[in-house]
Each structure stands twice: as C-alpha cells, then as structure tokens.
Design a protein around this ligand. Structure first.
Ligand code: ADP
Ligand code: ZN
Length: 729
C-alpha cells in the first residue's frame, strides 16, 4: 500500500488528510490526485508518500481509520519545480496562509488543486482563413464573392466566424489558406507591428551599463516621466535574452499599459503576455508555453511574477510604487518581495522603475541596500511641463464651481489651437452622495454601509466598494419625497459640464464604467490617438503611462480627493498621482502645461508636485513618517477578523489583541472597526501592528494562527493576516 498525505482546500491550515493507493500506481510528492471527500470528488495536492507492507484491511484496523482510496492521479510529474515549490512553502509561513492557497496563487486557474470539481482542459486550435494571394475570384457566386471580399478586407477571418458552407466551397476551389494562429496575435490586431529601433541616449546608456555591470542585485531606476525607462528595460531584457536567460517584466495593470506591452511585443519573438482578459484555457496555454521553455520573456501584471520560467536573468517592475503589486487577500504578498526572493535563487537582477518611487524602496536605496540609478532628463530633451496651482476659493468661475477661470481659458485656447487635453478627476459616477431634500435620508450600500454613488448613465446607484447596484426610482424610501440633493461630483458630472460649455469639445471618458468591455482601455486610447477627439477625461487611469505627443494641457479638476483619504500615505498618493498626470503633458514638440485645482494650494504635496520636487517631498514626508513611526521607519501589518456575527468578531479580536500586547517590540492599534467595517454582509475588526522587526511580526502572526485557527472556525470567524499592509480603509 502507498499511504498519501494530501492537502485539500478544507484542511485546517496545513493539516493533511490521508488516503491510500496500490503500490503499482505512480504518484509523487507535488502531484495532484482526485479524491472522495465528504460526498464530493475534489482535487488534492500530495505532500507526502509512504509505503506500508500491511494490507488495506490491516491498515484500517491497526490505525482505527476507515481509509479511502484515491480515484486518480492527475499529473505524471510534480506540477511545480523545486524553486516554485520552495517559494510556496516560504509564502505559507511569511504570509500565514495555508500552503494549498499559496499553490493556488502560483498556479493558473486550471491547475489549481481545488474543491470545485475537475475540469480537464484541452486546447482547441484556433484557425484563420485567408484568401490565397493569386486566387481567381471571377467564378464565384454572388454570396461567395461577398464573403471572399470580406476576408480580404479584414485580412483574414477566424474559421469559427464563417459559415461552414462558404469555407467548404472556397476550399474546394482552392482559393483559401487555413492557418493556425496564436490567440494573443488577435488581442493586438488593432496594432501594426513597428520595428523602429531607438538608440539609447547617453543617460539611458549609462543607466543600462551600470545595471549590467554592478555587483548589486536590486536597482531602483528613478527616472522622470518621459525619460525613456521603457527603452532601458528593453535593452536590459535583450542583454539577458542574448545570454540565453529569461526575463519577467511586471506592469501595474496590463490594460492600462498597452503602450509598453506593444514595445515589448514588437521587439521580442518568444514572449508570453499574461493579461486579465485571457480565458482559463488561454492562461493554461500560456503557462504551458512558459513551462515548456518556448518563451523567454514574460510580461504581465502582479501574478506574472510566478511565471514558471527557468534560468531567470532579470525581473523588472515598472511603476514599482503601484499598489496593484500588493495582493490584499491571502496570501498578502507584494510582487516586489517575491521578485527579490526569486531573483536570489537565480542570481538574477531586479530593477524597480519609477518617477516617484515608493518610500519603502527609496529609503532602501538611500541606505545602499538597493543601488539607485537616475534618469534626470526627458528622452526628447524637453522641459517638464509648467504647472500652475489654482486656489478654488478665489478663482471659481460663474458657470460651474468645478472649473476655474484659468482652466476655462486654457481649455478654450487648446481647443482653438487643435491641441489635446487630458482632464483628471479621480472619482467616477455622477455624484458620490445623494440625500433626500426633505428628510435627509442618505442612500447607502446594504453590504458595506458606505454611501452609494449615483450614476446618471443607467440611472443607478452603485457601491464603488463592492459593486452593489440598484435602480433609482427618484422616490425617497423613507418619506416618499421626490427631490434630492446630488452632492460632490464624479466624472459623469464633469463630462456634462464640459460638453455644455465647449462647442468644440469632443470628449472621451475613461473610468471603470466605460472600460469594462473587452480591451476597453485600448479602444478608448486608440480613438483618442487616431480620431478627432480632443479631450480625454478620466480617473487615475489617465495618469499612467500614456504617451500622446499632441497633449499640451493637463487639468486636475479636484486635487483634494486623494488628500482626503484617511490613510497616512494620502500625501504620497497625491504627490504620485499629480506627478504622474503632469507627466502626460508636453511629450511632443510643444511645451506642456498643467493646471491643478485645489482648496489646499499650500499643501506641501501639491506644491512640491507642481515643482516636480520629488527629493524635497521625500525628505519632508519622511520627517512626518519618522515622528509617527510609520513605514518605512517601521513595518506595519494587520490582522482583520470578520464574520456575519458582530459579537463573535469583538470577542475574538480582543483575544487576539491580548495575545499580542505583551510583545514589547510591538506598537499596537485597535482592535477597531475600520472605515469599511462591513463588507459582503460581514463585520470586520482590525488590529494594526507596527514594529521595526518584520520577522518577529511574522513569527507572532503564525503563533496567533496556531492558537486561534480552531477557535475562529468554532466562532464562525475568518482571520486575515496582512503582512506590510496597504489597507487603511
Ligand atoms: P517613461 O516611461 O520614462 O515615462 P517612455 O519610456 O514612455 O518614458 O519614453 C518617453 C518617450 O521618449 C517615448 O515616446 C519614447 O519613444 C521616447 N524615447 C525614449 N528613449 C528615446 C531615445 N533614446 N531617443 C529618442 N526617443 C526616445
Ligand atoms: Zn457595497
């Protein structure tokens, strides 16, 4: 008999279950097996295989257990290589998360050992039909000719999109080629491949040389917006690919960064692009390509850091300060930490790129833990844009409290000159708070207790936290009154104001509501680039990565939105957002201009962003962080306890708090209800821990987990351990 220890999703932390199988069955540690579990059939992960000479019956009697046989072995080899398996184990401890969840995080959906029943994925080959080059179309029927013309016009049509009889008719007459295509080619079909080669300027080349020749392993590439960081990344990746090594390039959000993706795609043949709109099947295909070493460059968002590449030479994180690199559910990893961990196993380099580095990275670079490399000039030698801060107390126009005279004047000027404008307003919807004029009733989300945002398009309320939606019938549920106050403003309201005010405006709005369709961002950006749209209005989506040469004005409608967030990082977030969006102006030959509207014109984050003074802002803000012992002067982590039962949440939080409070090296906050204290119908309480000793936090959290994992289950509570938390709300 073989005796197998396996992990399943139901395991209490890492407690294994035991199954058996016959000796002749090939099964190894690291394979998935199909097992019966509580009247279900589920996929489990083998962590140990032992042999016993006893028969099945003897075994059951001797251990007093009714052993069960496994049904099937799903893999003939372990599904993860040693490097990734030890990474999973490291993550399990570091992020206080069951190993099985870490495996699920690392693997693509179709390989996850999971409680949902098994779906075997087989690839369908995707075929495309092309008309042969010298095909004679004279003898076709009218319908056949119509289709043939369409195929030529669209430069090929997918087999599945053509009527079967047309395909067979054209095939019979030998007029078509049927070719297999790669699916990702389709994703980029809007683009023409460009083969322009850019020669690095002196500053870029110095940066490149420094990185490849240094003995250090982690680099902070701090380069102003437009300094050409992408070209440095490309050169670096090329260097390692030429040495037969591989590379991972991470971008904050793949749909927001089509331009950098395109640059890589133009340059590298064997590249895998892991983006959110891939189906599970396509994710598996890309995963297999990477695993089978058909690929040497992987580009993708956060989870691409787990790409099963071998022989990694370099890992690059673009916009390293982006919070999208942090996962806020378990395992609460940060892609930067995983990058550094993986790079160590390969002796590889890590490059963190940003115009406004996170304070964590900047502080480490200043201490010499990372090597800092600067790009101080824009690649085209143009100046950074001139920025004006507008005090809205003094300047508000007579046609709208949201647009100042200065902004109004500058918008008109650009529209008349046929130049383009980007407007940032970091709040979507029409109005973020609606209340009844008569009784004051506030519309709130039933799941989160947060105020619902009114969306004029569709006449709905939406919760921006949990996506709850409800139709608005314009009747107060409390007093039946029909008049309402629409307070605050979102992008939809700004759109309305702009369109009413400027005849020449042709506006595109880019926010979560307009980009939810497939390739939504890409489509809007392509329109803005190629058609006669002249204003791009949007949330922070318009601040990142865009490189339009004819944009000469950037307007920030309300710079105070991020400042008002209840988070010690709000000044940093504001500075970053303003710097990023300002960087979109003046990237071509004409000088760019930026207008920032605010009620806090003398706030240091706003003033310093306007002057592009990152270093000064860093020093100023670091004094505040130091005084408060906030990161990067301490590590801040949290434990969040949640349950539908509010009293159980309180009891368990107090117990966990008591356990931690004796630790002298900890500064504890809470337990307290966070700003979002109810989510998905569950109440939450949070304990925040600050300490200079990260490994002590990790040890103590694991100890807390051991102590309370059973009790939490009994009390119907769940506990989230968030190492280096970003979640203050
Ligand atoms: P960043 O990411 O640092 O903001 P980008 O990589 O987007 O900057 O580059 C800004 C612009 O400068 C792009 O249009 C890019 O094509 C151009 N560029 C970059 N490097 C060079 C170079 N060496 N010579 C000419 N143009 C360059
Ligand atoms: Zn909600």
């Amino acid at each position: 008999m073989k005796i197998l220890s396996v992990l399943v999703e139901y395991s209490l932390f890492n407690t294994p279950f035991t199954y058996v199988c016959d000796d002749q069955i090939d099964v190894f540690v690291g394979c998935r097996v199909y097992v019966p579990f509580n009247h279900q059939n589920i996929v489990a992960y083998v962590i140990d295989v032992k042999h016993s000479n006893a028969s099945f019956e003897q075994l059951c009697i001797q251990d007093n257990i009714n052993y069960k046989y496994i049904y099937d072995v799903l893999d003939d080899k372990p599904i993860l290589n040693d490097e990734l398996l030890s990474l999973a184990k490291y993550m399990s401890y570091q992020y206080v998360t069951p190993l099985i969840s870490c495996l699920q995080t690392i693997l693509p959906p179709s390989y996850k050992p999971s409680k949902t029943s098994l779906k075997k994925i087989t690839y369908k080959k995707i075929k495309k039909i092309f008309i042969k080059e010298n095909a004679n179309l004279a003898n076709l029927t009218k319908t056949q000719a119509m289709w043939a013309k369409k195929i030529i016009e669209e430069k090929g049509i997918l087999l599945k999109d053509l009527p079967v009889w047309i395909v067979s008719a054209l095939k019979k007459q030998e007029l078509i080629d049927i070719l297999e295509i790669k699916v990702e080619d389709d994703y980029f079909k809007e683009y023409q491949k460009e083969t322009k080669t850019i020669t690095l300027n002196e500053e870029q080349n110095n940066a490149y040389e420094k990185i490849i020749s240094s003995q250090k392993d982690v680099f902070l590439l701090q380069g102003v917006t437009g300094s050409g960081k992408t070209e440095v990344y490309i050169k670096l990746v090329e260097h390692y690919v030429n040495k037969n090594k591989t590379a991972i390039v991470l971008v904050p959000e793949i749909s927001l960064t089509p331009m950098i993706i395109k640059r890589f795609k133009d340059k590298f043949e064997n590249i895998a692009i892991l983006h959110g709109s891939l189906s599970a099947k396509e994710k598996q295909r890309q995963y297999d390509r990477i695993k089978n070493q058909e690929v040497n460059v992987v580009i993708g968002a956060r989870s691409a850091i787990f790409a099963p590449l071998k022989n990694i030479g370099i890992i690059i994180l673009d916009e390293e300060q982006s919070t999208s690199y942090k996962q806020d559910k378990a395992p609460t990893y940060h892609a930067k930490d995983i990058a550094i961990k993986r790079a160590k196993s390969f002796n590889a380099k890590v490059v963190l790129g940003s115009a406004t580095p996170s304070f964590e990275s900047k502080a480490r670079a200043m201490k010499g833990v990372y090597q800092i490399v600067y790009l101080r000039k824009r690649a085209n030698n143009h100046e950074l844009p001139t920025t004006h801060i507008i005090n809205m107390r003094e300047e508000v126009s007579d046609f709208s409290p949201l647009i100042s005279y200065s902004l109004d004047y500058e918008i008109n000027r650009r529209l008349n000159n046929k130049e383009k404008i980007i407007l940032l307003h970091n709040r979507r919807g029409y109005s973020p708070y609606v209340s009844c004029r008569q009784c004051g009733y506030m519309f709130k989300c039933p799941n989160c207790e947060l105020s619902l945002s009114y969306h004029k398009n569709g006449n709905k309320f939406k919760c921006h936290y949990c996506n709850y939606e409800v139709f608005f019938n314009h009747i107060c549920p409390k007093c039946n009154n029909k008049e309402f106050l629409f307070m605050g403003s979102g992008t939809q309201k700004i759109e309305e104001i702009i369109e009413n005010r400027y005849d020449k405006a042709k506006l595109l709005r880019m926010d979560n509501d307009t980009t939810s369709v497939k390739n939504g961002h890409l489509k809007i950006l392509e329109k803005f680039k190629n058609e006669d749209y002249n204003i791009l209005l949007g949330t922070q989506m318009v601040a990142k990565g865009l490189d339009f040469h004819d944009v000469t004005l950037v307007g920030v409608i309300d710079a105070d939105i991020t400042l008002a967030i209840a988070d010690f990082r709000s000044a940093e977030m504001t500075f970053e957002l303003l710097s990023q969006v300002a960087g979109r102006a003046g990237r071509g030959n004409k000088q760019g201009e930026v207008i920032i509207q605010t009620y806090h014109p003398d706030h240091y984050a706003i003033m310093m962003a306007a002057k592009h003074e990152y270093e000064l802002f860093y020093q100023t803000e670091m004094m505040f962080r130091h005084k408060m012992n906030y990161p990067p002067f301490s590590y801040m982590s949290s434990i969040t306890i949640s349950s539908a039962l509010n009293d159980q949440v309180c009891i368990l939080s107090d117990k966990v708090f008591s356990m931690l409070k004796n630790e002298k090296k900890f500064e504890l906050l809470g337990p307290a209800f966070p700003y979002v204290f109810k989510e998905d119908g569950k109440y939450k309480m949070r304990i925040i821990v600050k300490s200079k000793d990260l490994s002590l936090i990790v040890d103590k959290f694991n100890e807390a987990n051991k102590t309370f994992v059973n009790e939490a289950k009994e009390r119907k509570c769940s506990i989230l351990y968030d190492i280096n938390t970003y979640q203050m709300l």
